[in-house]
Each structure stands twice: as structure tokens, then as C-alpha cells.
Design a binder for this molecule. Structure first.
Ligand SMILES: [Zn+2]
Length: 142
């Protein structure tokens, strides 16, 4: 579960940029591309999907879009429920080296299990360029 959401009274609401920033900083402290602190970097939540049996097909579909680098279509997946496990895809803009990294996070609702980073990947320049134009001026700074 997002640590910050544990402290919010119901009804659970979708985390805004401030909460996302706290979540991201709590889960990954350094940039996957340059290995430095995230100061000066920016992030955007590309997509999210709920991880339950009813949504398995959607989760697979989103995973396929991500692996095929169809970021525009992937960004249409913005599912969120405060009381469900979910997989979230964040992109991180690095000012130092190759610009964009993809960080996959699994967020648990169970109080006894923590959210974790499932994978990190530094994207190639073509994918990075595509994401730069997709996100435009919507980056959130750390
Ligand atoms: Zn960096």
C-alpha cells in the first residue's frame, strides 16, 4: 500500500502529483539512467492497471503495449482503486544522460506488504524521444 494512503481517511482518492512524488521518492531514490539522486529529474505516471483476476486480461494487454513501446496507447490505461493492488508504470526524465527510464511499481493494498519496484529499464533514444513528445510539458519535478 502506498504509505501515504495509509494515513488518508476514506474515501480513498486517486493520488495527485504531490502524493505520486512522495510515493516515487520513497520507492526509488536514484535515477536508473545516471545513478544519481533524483534532484533535478522529473517524472510522469505513464499508466496503471489494477491487479486482480477480473483485470488480468487488461494487465496483460498493458504489459504487451509497454513491451512493444506503444506508449501513447499504454497511457490510456489509468485505472486506480484505493483498495486494490495495482501495477504502475512511471517514466523518469534524466538531465544527465540518456533521458528516459521506465520504472514499474507494484502497489499493494495489504497493510503487511510493501509496495516495491518490479523493474527498471533505461529506454533507447527512439523510445525516449517518443515519450518526450507524449508527455510534453506535463512532467512533475522531484
Ligand atoms: Zn539521472
Amino acid at each position: 500500500m502506498h504509505w501515504i494512503l495509509r494515513h488518508l481517511a476514506p474515501p480513498l482518492r486517486k493520488p495527485g502529483p504531490q502524493e505520486q512524488r512522495s510515493i516515487v521518492r520513497t520507492l526509488f531514490h536514484t535515477c536508473p539512467a545516471c545513478g544519481k539522486d533524483l534532484a533535478g529529474h522529473a517524472f510522469w505516471r505513464l499508466a496503471s492497471v489494477i491487479l486482480d483476476s477480473a483485470n488480468r486480461r487488461l494487465g496483460q494487454e498493458l504489459g504487451k503495449l509497454i513491451s512493444e513501446r506503444q506508449f501513447g496507447r499504454a497511457a490510456q490505461f489509468q485505472e486506480w482503486k484505493g483498495n486494490e493492488n495495482e501495477r504502475e508504470y512511471y517514466v523518469v526524465h534524466c538531465p544527465n544522460q540518456r533521458p528516459i527510464s521506465l520504472v514499474t511499481v507494484v502497489s499493494k493494498t495489504d497493510l503487511w506488504s510493501d509496495d516495491y519496484v518490479e523493474s527498471t529499464e533505461v529506454l533507447d533514444l527512439e523510445s525516449s524521444r517518443e515519450l518526450l513528445s507524449l508527455v510534453g510539458n506535463r512532467w512533475h519535478s522531484f
